[in-house]
Design a protein around this ligand. Structure first.
Ligand code: PLP
Length: 391
């Protein structure tokens, strides 16, 4: 599946899937076990307990053998009924896809628009909820880290806005590209359903998706009427008691998850977040030194998981990415939707050290030169100056 033999390691610097650490690869490289046998029950129970720490919740987490999109669907179908109004925030491409899913499921999503250069508009959420006096809106849906733009929404502020409006809507949050990379607190921020995936901050291959579920969300599930079967929480929540899943779990991915969660907890979540904050700052310093523009225009919403970089008018981000792949064996994220060919995205989430980041930024700087994109040299140097002073 590799188009040509290339010496050295491929740099996978898309904003997920991310690099899978050797320890996680080794953990998965074990015989698949009987998922109804005694050993699996022990693994399942301890893992479902342990993984809660990553979400910063004391409540249950359910794990599906699915990509993140499955966890989006699970969050909606377990809590809502046909025709329910949901308030969604157009932070970018992934928020748009989630809204389209809500429409297809028979919900009535309302979109609060942004220019794709900042996080969710919290005052607009509050104003809309205050207007909704008879509480027709049943859920507020926010993508925590919008992977298409590199903008991170302030979930703590969204929570305060919902409370300030005195509104009972559920809060559903997509943390697919933030969990395990950017500070996130399911319980403290009063989130009702947190949606996550395995292939980004959790440092695993794609294939697992997660819902962390609040008490209020579990109550809502008792009366929610959207049809659901595979994604029904009921049997999945029972796994939190028994350790056994209602259908065949992705056994070897769970071995990997066990190792990945151990790695995150051993480093300490706050240290993990600080590492990503530092790498993101180094990346932004490089981008500014090149004289290029960061897609996120609101510094309070800068993402610590990825940086989307705008190309000067008349230059192709896809041509730049193709040149970097061909010459330097590195994959960078493409522009999505209206940002196609306009931006490229540097992933700095997941398992990443300072020298990997410097390799990445050096590859981008060389690529800018190869592709003839106007820029000033010195971005990698600016990042090194910062990292050397701040590691
Ligand atoms: N939400 C966000 C923020 C994402 O970044 C992605 C994928 O990149 C998704 C949802 C969709 O997840 P998946 O592709 O795993 O189904």
């Amino acid at each position: 599946y590799q188009s040509q033999p290339v010496a050295g390691r491929h740099f996978l610097q898309i904003p997920g899937p991310t690099n899978v650490p050797d320890r996680v690869l080794r953990a998965m490289d074990n015989p698949t076990m009987d998922h109804r046998g005694p050993d699996f029950g022990k693994l399942g129970k301890s893992l479902l307990e342990k993984v809660r720490q990553v979400f910063r919740t004391e409540g249950p987490v359910v794990i599906y053998p699915a990509s993140g999109t499955g966890a989006w669907e699970a969050a909606l179908v377990n809590t809502l009924s046909p025709g329910d109004a949901v308030l969604m925030c157009e932070t970018g491409w992934f928020a748009t896809l989630w809204r389209e899913m809500a429409e297809r499921l028979g919900l009535a999503p309302e979109f609060i628009h942004t220019d794709w250069r900042r996080g969710a508009d919290v005052p607009a959420i509050e104003a809309r909820l205050r207007e909704d006096r008879n509480h027709a809106i049943k859920a507020v849906c926010v993508v925590h880290n919008e992977t298409s733009t590199g903008c991170t929404s302030r979930i703590d502020e969204v929570r305060r806005a919902i409370d300030a409006a005195g509104h009972p809507a559920l809060l559903l949050v997509d943390t697919i590209s933030s969990l395990g990379s950017i500070d996130y607190r399911h319980d403290e921020w009063g989130v009702d359903v947190t949606v996550a995936g395995s292939q980004k901050g959790l440092m695993l291959p794609p294939g697992l998706s997660f819902n962390a579920v609040s008490e209020k969300a579990r109550k809502a599930a008792e009366t929610a009427r959207l049809p659901r079967s595979f994604f029904d929480w009921k049997a999945m929540l029972a796994a939190n008691e028994t350790g056994y899943f209602p259908y065949t779990p992705a056994t070897n991915l769970l071995y990997g998850l066990d190792a990945a969660v151990d790695m995150l907890l051993a480093e300490g979540l706050d240290n993990v977040f600080a590492r990503h904050d530092r790498f993101a700052e180094a990346t932004r310093r490089a981008v500014r030194a090149w004289g290029l523009e960061i897609q996120c225009a609101e510094p309070r919403h800068y993402s610590s998981a990825l940086t989307a970089v705008r190309l000067p008018e008349g230059h192709s981000a896809d041509a730049l990415r193709a040149a970097i792949l061909e010459r330097f064996n590195m994959s960078l994220g493409n522009g999505l939707g209206p940002l196609k060919d306009r931006v490229f995205r540097i992933g700095h989430l997941g398992d990443l050290g300072p020298l990997q980041l410097m390799g990445t930024l050096s590859g981008v700087e060389m690529g800018l030169r190869v592709a003839g994109v106007p820029h000033r040299p010195g971005g990698a140097q600016a990042a090194m100056d910062y990292l050397a002073g701040n590691s």
